[in-house]
Design a binder for this molecule. Structure first.
Ligand SMILES: [Zn+2]
Length: 487
């Protein structure tokens, strides 16, 4: 049997002003108010009702692409959609529901680490919260437990894999280039070079310390690259034929493709139409069944194992930096276009300084209020998603004294501390290091989050570390050859 799965990672960095909660007009988005609005118009909305046309461009019908593909949406993007793009938001929820009906309860949606941090570079505490918030957010929307968690930039290390195994996710999606060795059921070890493994089967990853395991699905690298960079969807029958050729190379199985969801309509105009045709017509014409990873795994357990590459400096690997995860720490050359990016390291250092300083302050202050301040932070998603009822429930669970649940001053202080922690994580949104300039939208946004966290630490703890923070930030700006904008 031939099975196909197309995964779309739909994501935009959070763009809201942390003081107002609103997105300011972004002139670079053109006629649209901001980039979220623009990409919704070009991609998220059209994929919810993609046109399928016949000869002479006559509209035959439409398809909700999300019903036919594996997908994840960034939680912070869904927050925005819920209020600004209601129709699309409901199409996404409906698609997950429909796919569960079609695929024996296995829905197309998977969760994402909450605000798109590079997980191998985060500390253990932040990683844990990112997973807990990602899962809590998912359950609040889709009404079920996610089977998988999308790792931002596919960034992974053995420690991150152990964390996913501990949280009992069933599988994770990675690039074949992230594998180091595969091991056959008979125990034969094969070294993987440049991703040359058989991606039609799932692999079992076992924690080196024996504490757990999780299945890995590797996407097909050539197909994924052609979807992202070579307009694979401009000709759906030809794309299906490309899939067919992969089955022909050996035994049947699952051939999957993963890319940014924005490929379909934003990066490539009309690609959502090609995708719709492929998913609902061209695959069928070749006897290829469209499924998702969760369904496939429920019928085909991994009998091969995999060990993952360690990446440069042993920090882990990703799908968009050939060195591993260096792109988010230093000038590794990726994405540079020959321009020096020496600001990356000092910017991360400034945030690490802030994170650690605020963690100590939080532990002290929130430790007086909560039974366990870090468990309270992990569970704060209940407040972020649960409205008034969620807040009541949260305080009932975590405050040290029952009587404090009616004490407005105590609760306000607790919320300030938790918001401080939220922004101390938001400042690590990966996009801040992805691009060339420290003065770009994404890095500036991370700096705003840091400033908001700093301000909240002053309000909640009477702390003022703006001078040492600014000194570190100055180092980052001067490394980029520009002066730091006034706070
Ligand atoms: Zn790199």
């Amino acid at each position: 049997m031939k099975y196909a799965c197309i995964h779309g990672h739909f994501y935009q960095p959070p763009r809201e002003n942390p003081w107002t909660g609103e997105i300011e007009r972004q002139p670079s988005a053109g006629d649209d108010h901001d980039w979220n609005a623009r990409i919704s118009r070009e991609c998220y909305r059209p994929n919810g009702e993609a046109r399928i046309v016949g000869a002479d461009n006559i509209l035959l019908r439409t398809a909700n692409n999300y019903s036919w593909m594996s997908f994840n949406f960034g939680p912070t993007l869904l927050n925005w959609m819920e209020t600004h793009e209601d129709w699309t938001y409901r199409r996404i929820l409906k698609a997950d529901h429909e796919s569960r009906g079609r695929l024996n309860g296995h829905g197309n949606a998977i969760a994402q680490a909450y605000n798109h941090m590079i997980m191998p570079l985060a500390n253990a505490r932040d990683r844990e919260t990112q997973v807990r918030w990602g899962v809590g957010d998912f359950i609040s929307r889709f009404g079920r437990v996610p089977e998988s968690l999308w790792l931002p930039e596919c960034a992974v290390s053995d420690e991150v894999m152990s964390l996913l195994a501990r949280h009992r996710f069933k599988y994770v999606i990675l690039s074949p280039e992230q594998a180091a060795t595969v091991i056959s059921p008979e125990g034969k070890r094969l070294e993987v070079r440049s991703g040359d493994l058989d991606a039609r089967r799932p692999y079992l990853w076992e924690s080196p310390d024996g504490s757990g395991s999780i299945t890995v699905f590797f996407y097909d690298m050539r197909l994924s690259q052609d979807a992202a960079f070579s307009h694979l969807m401009s000709n759906a029958p030809a794309a299906a034929e490309r899939f067919d050729r992969v089955y022909a190379e050996g035994e049947d199985g699952l051939v999957s493709l993963a890319s940014d969801g924005e490929t379909y309509g934003h990066h490539q105009k009309f690609a959502e139409m090609g995708l719709a045709y492929l998913l609902t017509e061209s695959f069928k014409a070749r006897g290829i069944s469209v499924v998702n990873y969760g369904w496939y795994l429920s019928r085909h357990k991994a009998d091969w194992r995999v060990e993952l590459a360690q990446g440069a400096k042993g920090l882990g690997t990703s799908w968009s930096c050939s060195h591993g995860v260096l792109r988010w720490i230093e000038d590794c050359g990726c994405g540079s276009d020959g321009r020096p990016m020496a600001w990356k390291k000092p910017l991360r250092d400034a945030f690490d300084f802030l994170r650690d300083t605020l963690a100590a302050a939080y532990e002290k202050e929130a430790g007086d209020l909560f039974k366990d301040p870090w468990e309270a932070r992990n569970d704060y998603i209940r407040v972020l998603r649960g409205g008034k009822a969620g807040q009541r429930d949260f305080f009932a669970r975590h405050l040290r004294r029952k009587t404090w649940a009616t004490d407005a001053a105590i609760k306000d202080r607790a919320l300030l501390l938790l918001e401080m922690q939220k922004y101390a994580m938001f400042m690590y949104t990966s996009c801040g290091w992805f691009f060339q300039d420290i003065t770009g939208l994404e890095a500036s946004q991370n700096i705003k989050y840091a400033r908001r966290a700093l301000e909240l630490s002053h309000q909640a703890c009477g702390l003022d570390v703006s001078s040492p923070f600014n000194a570190r930030l100055d180092a980052a700006f001067s490394a980029a050859g520009v002066s730091r904008p006034a706070a």
